[in-house]
Structures are given as C-alpha cells and as structure tokens.
Design a protein. Structure first.
Length: 190
C-alpha cells in the first residue's frame, strides 16, 4: 500500500484492460493514463469509467494530440486518459510518471521482447518513482497454466538494471471464483 502523501502527479496503467485500476488510481488523486493494445478493452474501460460513481472525467474521444491530452488531464480534478498503444513503444516523454502499474501485462510479452518492455517502463518512470508488477507466479506455470513462463529470477534479472527490485510475494487472485497463482513486486526507479 502506498502512503497517502504519495498520491500525486501522473500514474500509468500498462495493459489497463477494462479499467478497474484506473478508477482506483484516479480516486486516489493521480492523473491517470491507461494504455492497452486492445481497442475493445479500452472501450470497456471507457464505459466503466463513465458509469463509475465519483467525479472522474475522461479525455474526449476525438483528441489524439498528447499535448492536448496532458493539458486536459492537468485541468481535471480526477481525470483519466485512455490511449491505444504498445507497452514496448510508449508515446510519452521520459520520466513523466511517478507511478506505473502493471497488473497482468508483462507475463504476456514474448521472452525476446521483455527487455523492450522493461526499458520503456523505466524510461517513462521518474527517478525514485514506483513500478508495481503483478503477474502470474511460478506456481501458476508449474501447475500447467497457459502463457509464457516467467520466473522470479527472470523478473529480477529483467528489471534490476533500471529498478531497485523489492521482494516478490506470492498471492492468489480469483477470476470468477477460480483461484489463480500470482505474484507482486514493488520496484523503485533508479
């Protein structure tokens, strides 16, 4: 859990999916950018954000100019910007985000592309900023879970050139009452 005084500036949710974490981060005071490669996921995120309780606004659909988007987000008390983009080539200036969230994106990145993902996440995270990684845990893959296997050692090796990697903790998430072995790790940008 982040201390209450941490919530400031910009946060990005990489692979934001249907927007659950976007709403949470916006309600905590971040100016939030949600990035996903799937336009369908972004449409659902937009629908959820607009129907959520609270004072969250969203960037107009017809704006693709990032400078306009930044000014719009800055002017709003609780604002979310949604953008279709590939996490391996993010369209943002360096050191823009004080908090970057990844709940389930990195473990889908092909092994030969993982360092591109990590370099981009590092590039857009400000020095001292926080990167929160949540991904399938080793137990998930050992138990025969689908996807691209990812070990604790790979997480540490991938992120440690750019981040101070904290402990990696196992937890169980539930998808429609089905338990899924996951892990999480908080990292600080060097």
């Amino acid at each position: 859990m982040l201390p209450e005084d941490y919530y400031r500036g910009y946060a990005m949710d990489i692979g934001c999916g249907q927007g659950t974490d976007l709403i949470f981060l916006s309600n905590r005071g971040f100016q939030v950018v949600g990035v996903d490669i799937s336009i369908n996921a972004l449409k659902e995120a937009r629908r959820r954000i607009l129907s959520s309780a609270g004072e969250i606004s969203i960037l107009p659909d017809d704006s693709t100019d990032l400078q306009i988007a930044e000014s719009y987000v800055i002017q709003q008390r609780h604002a979310v910007m949604l953008l279709q983009a590939d996490a391996r080539c993010l369209p943002f200036r360096s050191s823009l985000f004080s908090f970057v969230n990844d709940r389930g994106c990195f473990h889908h990145v092909p092994v030969h592309e993982r360092m591109r993902f990590v370099r981009e996440a590092a590039r857009v995270t400000e020095s001292g900023g926080i990167f929160l990684l949540r991904c399938f845990g080793e137990r998930y893959f050992i138990a025969g879970g689908a996807g691209i296997p990812l070990s604790r050692d790979e997480i540490t090796k991938s992120f440690s050139p750019y981040f101070l990697v904290g402990g990696i903790t196992d937890y169980t998430a539930y998808v429609d009452t089905i338990p899924v072995d996951m892990c999480w790790c908080v990292m600080n940008r060097l």
